[in-house]
Design a protein around this ligand. Sequence first.
Ligand SMILES: Nc1ncnc2c1ncn2[C@@H]1O[C@H](COP(=O)(O)OP(=O)(O)OP(=O)(O)O)[C@@H](O)[C@H]1O
Ligand SMILES: [Mg+2]
Length: 258
Amino acid sequence: MFLQINNLNKHFPTKQGNLVVLKDIDMAIEQGEFICAVGASGSGKSTLLRQIAGLDSPTSGEVRIDNELVTGPGPDRGMVFQHYTLYPWMSVQANTEFGLKLQGVPKKQRREQASYYLNVVGLTKFAKSLPKELSGGMKQRVAIARALASEPKVLLMDEPFGALDIHTKESMHEFILDLWRRTNVTIFMITHDVEEAVFLSNRIYALGARPGTVRKEMSIHLPERSHTVKRHSIFHDYRDELMELMRRHGQEAVAAVA
Ligand SMILES: Nc1ncnc2c1ncn2[C@@H]1O[C@H](COP(=O)(O)OP(=O)(O)OP(=O)(O)O)[C@@H](O)[C@H]1O
Ligand SMILES: [Mg+2]
């Protein structure tokens, strides 16, 4: 097993007492999978991703990558966030090289590696541009190139397309599927968008809220991954099942707080 989350719990101390955000999370992910964790706002998705990224540590339980215990951030994990995180004063090329620079990769090598991944995301022509000269979708492609430039074992993405309009989002979906097929990188993406999760992933973990728990694990088998598949009854069945699950859990969570 490539990425393992074993009995992970995360609590935050608050003025109201101990807040249990993630409870008994178990996940087992193979190399090359495209996993989506889907859940409502507040279900602890970003918190979960931060534990995998090593930006925060679990209250109990563990995350393992290739059997190695995660104890902090590392180049084996590339991270893409929802909000644009490019440095506005740096060119696209410099932004893409940035992580490699931090790792002490020599100039020539980091230039080559960054250029390679800018080409993978189709932005070679914009290498000298500043982020403000790019559209939202292009900025996210740079963020993906930057994450890939360190050649991570897993790409972690926190609602990466959440801020994009529907058309840009659809073209980013095709882009990320194509990139996944070409690079065979393992992708762990979180989203609250059920259709996005069904369209992109080969397996979904549906999270319930308060506390965040895995409510269901669902393998997705679609006859094809093109936009016409969204009219297919199989696509609707997956979507409706997940929507119903989230609706039910939303009602339970509201009842628990009331
Ligand atoms: N550092 C922290 N201290 C206290 N509580 C926190 C902290 N970080 C997150 N939380 C709480 O944990 C819960 C889950 O937050 P998280 O951001 O992981 O949810 P999410 O599923 O990513 O939501 P969204 O879809 O809105 O991004 C929330 O109730 C939040 O207030
Ligand atoms: Mg979040």
